[in-house]
Design a protein around this ligand. Structure first.
Ligand SMILES: *Cc1c(COP(=O)(O)O)cnc(C)c1O
Length: 341
């Protein structure tokens, strides 16, 4: 396989820009476990302010952030409700169960990615029956596989959570993508939630880190548990500086990624063999016969285009390090694949 020159595998592949590296190199630092790192403190204050919440916690990854959130709401033998394909249920190595002793209650997704409200509500156990784990929190995800779920849906789930005295967590790894698509400021977008996890290392282009933002008591618990999980960092201001730089320079430009994803989808959709889902944000899903997939994905890889895909499905992700020219180069290669003799 040749080196990847047009990398659509994920928005996690971005490399810190010269400006970001300069910000990291000149960051003021201290020991964050002592609360002494001014750059980490600034990032946490800034994120809390932007999202309109009490407090924030800088953590190593989105996976750790989601786990800490769930552990803040749940004790041993409690339960969280999440979608069957939610990252915090399906893609985090069972961490909530293994490390938090928290039981997941997964709920099927409807065709539009949401969970049916009735299914959520009927899955809630209030602790009165000793057969059941007690539900403590509902976790939503938005964007979800690149799809932007409606604000009205999030509010309806918040109403259910409130009615039952449950917490509400948002896995907002790409929440800035969602709020950009909706043209809604991030504060309003996350308003219904008690905690929100935001990835700095996806579309925002930082090399490392996520921030868990939310109610003070929940963030205090998360800070203690972060230490317990081995996630207390020292002069992490070097990393937080990249996050601050990202918030300043890389939020507005997410719209470029969304525009390029649309262009990519339209170009791919010209081919009858490809069934392309028009993207809401920066992720394009393409379905095809598995035979086509078995040839097309390696063909693209051979020509320097990185995508992820298997079983006749491809995922293309646009980000900071793919430009218009990468999109056009990839489309030309796909055209070449279908017209080759
Ligand atoms: C990437 C991602 C995470 C996890 O982030 P990591 O930093 O890779 O651990 C969590 N949720 C969603 C929706 C993600 O896309």
């Amino acid at each position: 396989m040749n080196a990847i020159r047009h990398d659509f595998r994920s928005d996690t592949v971005t490399k810190p820009s010269a400006g970001m590296r300069a910000a990291m190199a000149s960051a003021e630092v201290g020991d964050d476990v002592f609360g002494d790192d001014p750059t980490v403190n600034l990032l946490e204050q800034k994120m809390a302010g932007m999202l309109g919440k009490d407090a924030a916690l800088f953590v190593s990854s989105g996976t750790m952030s989601n786990l800490l959130a769930l552990m803040s709401y749940c004790g041993r033998g409690d339960e969280f409700i999440a979608g069957q394909n939610a990252h915090c249920y399906k893609y985090e190595a069972g961490g909530a169960a293994v490390l938090g002793s928290i039981q997941p209650q997964p709920i099927a997704h409807q065709a539009d990615g949401t969970m049916a409200l009735g299914n959520i509500e009927s899955a809630i156990k209030d602790g009165s029956d000793s057969h059941f784990a007690t539900t403590r929190v509902i976790a939503l995800e938005n964007t979800f596989g690149g799809r932007v779920l409606p604000v009205g849906y999030m509010q309806s789930v918040a109403d259910i959570a409130q009615r039952h005295g449950l917490g509400l967590h948002l896995d907002g790894a790409r929440a800035f993508n969602a709020s950009s698509v909706l043209g809604l400021d991030i504060k309003s977008f996350v308003a219904p939630f008690d905690t929100v996890s935001i990835c700095l290392s996806k579309g925002l282009g930082a090399p490392v880190g996520s921030v868990l933002v939310g109610r003070q008591d929940l963030i205090d618990t998360a800070r203690r548990n972060r230490k317990m999980l081995g996630g207390g960092l020292r002069q992490s201001g070097i990393l937080a500086a990249a996050g601050l730089y990202a918030l300043e320079h890389n939020v507005v430009r997410l719209a470029d990624d969304h525009r390029r994803a649309k262009r990519l989808a339209e170009g791919l959709a010209r081919h009858e063999a490809l069934r392309v889902t028009m993207p809401d944000s920066n992720i394009v899903w393409v379905d095809m016969g598995s035979e086509t997939g078995e040839q097309l994905t390696p063909y693209l890889a051979h020509h320097g285009v990185g995508i992820t895909g298997r079983y006749g499905q491809q995922r293309w992700v646009t980000h900071l390090d793919v430009g218009d020219e990468d999109v056009e180069a990839a489309l030309a290669l796909v055209d070449g694949f279908f017209t080759r003799t």
